[in-house]
Design a protein around this ligand. Structure first.
Ligand code: GRF
Length: 325
């Protein structure tokens, strides 16, 4: 299963120059069991070196010069190419254009960038000279999510590079590049694989479950779960299930209204729901978390509903009065 091409995340990589980070990503994508493939290399510079390298490797390329175009028009042309290529993610690798707000919003959480500093230090340009001038012991590089604020999105991974006493910005830049070529493929692979990572899925689930009133975490039969009420007399409203009894699913088990609803859900949406062993007999349904495009609002709705059917009357009454879910 691991290297079934269907499961690979599809990346569009944007470059403006040499494209050595793009090349690192591209060759990483050719290794066995790679988590991603590159479906497009796009540039605002028609003769960018990286385009040539991609073409030699048989990767589709697209170039559209920004000159004489508004930012919005440039972004629209690039975005159309990305959509035509069927990419799931955009990976910026030395793309020297600021992106328009609408574009950034549409690709929120699906667009990554690499920046040659240890963010939050030295956003913007001349990062190496600034690190040397400041007398820093280390420079480095960061991979982060792209948000409307320049170089300010969540940092996903970093690598440190020691600064030598005789370093110039140029000598330091060379070593940081080598480090970047290790960092970017790994950070991208980890990010696009999060949907199959039990630790990541559980931390998202925990955040939602513990945001509900008077809840706490408790394990049951070796699996973590969440209860509502006091530590002493609380009741479970969610169980986390990680590939139990040979099942491939990572899931949260929540309470349905009963067997009719459970069976109906499983029959009509088998890609989302399943009947878990043991708990299924008492009306708990498995809501699959390790599937593409999980809608976390939908998970939160189910947690709220399950919470409500387990919470003591003193809590649900309060919520009814306040008209909260
Ligand atoms: C990299 O140093 C990256 O951190 C920055 O632009 C540079 C791109 O280099 N955003 P290359 O084109 O990948 O060689």
């Amino acid at each position: 299963m691991a290297d079934a091409p269907l499961n690979k995340a599809k990346l569009a990589v944007f470059i403006s120059g040499a494209g050595t980070n793009m090349a690192a990503l591209l060759f990483a994508s050719r290794l066995k069991d790679a988590a991603f493939e590159i479906v497009l290399v796009a540039s605002n510079v028609e003769d960018a070196d990286g385009l040539n390298l991609a073409a030699i490797e048989g990767v589709p390329t697209f170039a559209h010069s920004h000159k004489g175009h508004s930012r919005e028009d440039q972004d629209a042309a690039m975005e159309q190419a990305v959509l035509d290529a069927g990419a799931d993610y955009i990976v910026l690798a030395g793309y020297m254009r600021i992106l328009s707000q609408g574009f950034v919003e549409r690709w929120e959480a699906r667009m990554l960038n690499i920046h040659p500093s240890l963010l939050p230090k030295y956003k913007g340009l001349d990062t190496f000279a600034r690190a040397i001038d400041a007398g820093d012991s280390h420079a480095g590089s960061s991979v982060h999510l792209v948000t409307h604020e320049l170089d300010a999105g969540e940092v996903l991974a970093q690598v440190r590079v020691a600064i030598a006493s005789d370093d110039t910005p140029a000598t330091l830049a060379q070593r940081v590049k080598i480090a970047e070529h290790q960092l970017y493929p790994r950070a991208v692979a980890d990010y696009v694989s999060r949907g199959n990572d039990p630790e990541f899925l559980f931390s998202k689930l925990r955040e939602l479950a513990l945001a509900l009133p008077e809840t706490h975490e408790r394990s049951s039969h070796g699996s973590p779960g969440f209860r509502v009420g006091t530590e002493k007399s609380g009741k479970f409203f969610a169980h986390f299930s990680q590939q139990h009894h040979g099942s491939q699913h990572i899931a949260v088990l929540v309470k349905t209204s009963g067997m009719d609803e459970l069976l109906n859900l499983v029959e009509t949406q088998p890609e989302v729901y399943y009947k878990p062993d043991y708990y299924g007999a008492s009306g708990w349904v498995g809501l699959i978390l390790n599937r593409p495009n999980v809608d976390w609002d939908h998970i939160a709705d189910w947690l709220g509903r399950s919470w409500r059917s387990s919470a003591p009357a003193r809590l649900t009454k309060l919520l009814d009065a306040a008209d909260i879910f």
